[in-house]
Design a protein around this ligand. Structure first.
Ligand code: ADP
Ligand code: MG
Length: 258
């Protein structure tokens, strides 16, 4: 039986300045599904993720986690954030804490685990992201790809019911992107339920069970990953061909550098 994990109904977000960033978005995510959200910059992708995680309050619509509405004044936001993990473009690690302590922090303070249990759990998740050899390092001494894998481990340690990624590879040098995408792909293969906002269209096509294409605050097209090769709307066709031009340009730059 299909279990619904997330249900977003007619979501709206009007920022204080008056920008209507999200204009009636609806989608659902089932247990074990990976859903990719693509779309040009400013189309409202981050706003949707921030609303789901209650980093901002949507101005309209409903969000349900396993059937329970979570955008209500009664929702326990700390509890919610341990059930919905989030991985940011900019990692958001604590610079003054070692890798191990970045991960045990939430386990001890939010989950109330003992130091010993938290460290055991941290070691287990660091192994999953291939970072066991850097447990004593400080974030400043890691590459961007390593930092992001630690951030993913930190989110995993909380055993979230769904994991949200907001452009997890956008801040990385090109040669570091692969290891992070591989880590995310591994989680998808293990059946982690996830929503991934990404500019990596090839990755979205290969890993996601479903693709949501956002444009100007609405879902302009949604479907199986086959829509990347066979877009049905003019808007998605145009978006994909604009990306293609960028990719060609980037390849050109890469050749010049090497
Ligand atoms: N804190 C904010 N205050 C006002 N406007 C914002 C804020 N954050 C985002 N926006 C605006 O909302 C729109 C959607 O932004 P965003 O969700 O970040 O898009 P994306 O992640 O797709 O690039 C943009 O026009 C952006 O300028
Ligand atoms: Mg964004």
């Amino acid at each position: 039986m299909v279990e619904r994990v997330l249900d977003v109904e007619d979501l709206h977000m009007i920022y204080a300045g008056g920008v209507h960033a999200v204009r009636g978005i609806s989608f659902e995510v089932n247990q074990g599904e990976s859903v990719a959200i693509i779309g040009s910059s400013g189309s409202g992708k981050s706003t949707v993720l921030r609303c789901i995680n209650r980093l901002i309050e949507p101005t309209g619509g409903k969000i349900f986690l396993k059937g329970e509405q979570i955008n209500t004044p009664h929702t326990d936001v700390n509890d919610l954030r341990s059930r919905i993990g989030m991985v940011f473009q900019s990692f958001e690690l604590f610079a003054h804490l070692r890798v191990l302590d970045n991960i045990t922090l939430g386990l001890r303070h939010v989950k109330g685990m003992s130091k010993r249990d938290a460290e055991d759990e941290a070691m287990a998740v660091l192994e999953r992201v291939d970072m066991l050899d850097r447990v004593d390092a400080y974030p400043g001494n890691l590459s961007g790809g390593q930092k992001q894998r630690v951030a993913i481990a930190r989110a995993l340690a909380m055993k979230p019911e769904v994991l949200l990624f907001d452009e997890p590879t956008s801040a990385l040098d090109p040669e570091l992107i692969g290891s992070v995408l591989e880590t995310i792909r591994g989680l998808a293969d293990e059946g982690m339920t996830m929503v991934v906002v990404t500019h990596e269209i090839g990755f979205a096509r290969d890993v996601a069970d479903r693709i949501i294409y956002m444009d100007q605050g609405v879902v302009a097209e949604e479907g199986a990953s086959s829509i990347i090769n066979d877009p049905q709307t003019d808007r998605l066709k145009k978006f994909l061909s604009s990306l293609h031009e960028d990719e060609v340009a980037e390849e050109g730059n890469g050749e010049k550098r090497s």
